[in-house]
Design a protein around this ligand. Sequence first.
Ligand code: NAD
Length: 296
Amino acid sequence: MSKVGFIGLGNMGLPMAKNLVKAGHDLQVFDTVPAQLDKAAEAGMTTCLTAALAAENADFIITMLPNGEIVLSVFELITKAATKGTTIIDCSTVDVSSSKKAHAMADEAGLGCLDAPVSGGVGGAEAGTLTFMVGGEKSAFDNALPILDIMGGKSVHCGAGGAGQSAKICNNMLLGISMIGAGEAFALAEKLGLDQQALFDVISTSSGFCWSVNKYCPVPGVGPQSPADNDYKPGFAGALMLKDLKLSQQAAEETGAATPMGKRAMQFYENYVDEGFGNTDFSGVINQLKTMKRQS
Ligand code: NAD
């Protein structure tokens, strides 16, 4: 069994760490919020007073933090404290350039490093069914796979350091665009007097099918159970979708890629969050579309 340092025990990190404990691993953990440490202690983890202490003598160090700036500040501490040969797995969603900086810091300290952002949300973290999109050395990936397999159902090695973040940003940009598209289709259908269930039955078996309709339909009572059936409680919050769309636009800016729909989707979710829906599921944009006036 491995000794795992885990830093960042929020909505995602805590259930991921719990799954590692259940599998028999020895967890030493840190979070800046004492209440999260209390929950970790209840679940059988050893709590630490600093990130550096959580990193000491660990085989793997997992970070699950809010953004690139925080990840780099934590890497500053843990790369000094970790033993050579340890692999750091950063599961946070961050911008590609911060991720590459984090890889460079680990490399300089003689540590292995993977960027391994996830898809699957809190439900996936609890169930241990996350998808990991992983960047870094293939040997580090192979070494970390038994750990990733406990927390997830699928891990894809996407390429060199930063490739996991690149894949995550591209996936979520498409998701944001497709959810707005799904909302527009169902909002237009309503205006046309078309039954929403009938439209679902058509789209879900026709060329318009996509995850946003087939698995996560934004219309209550239609399709499989989704946040729409639970008053749009997340799920995946609008603020997190906005975060990922901003990361996609930062990456597009840095690389010169043309992403006009991604940019529009970001503006759409900016408006969604500004109107107070940051903690509402991202599929709730359909309700804005239904009340919006057509602009010619
Ligand atoms: P969260 O805000 O619930 O958790 C982040 C945790 O990090 C908090 O407990 C916070 O106290 C802790 N933290 C902040 N600064 C710290 C520091 N310097 N040292 C130690 N701990 C610190 O966020 P979350 O929902 O768990 O998301 C974590 C990451 O996963 C984010 O990058 C997010 O974009 C990504 N993500 C989230 C979801 C989701 O559905 N929530 C899905 C996929 C990816």
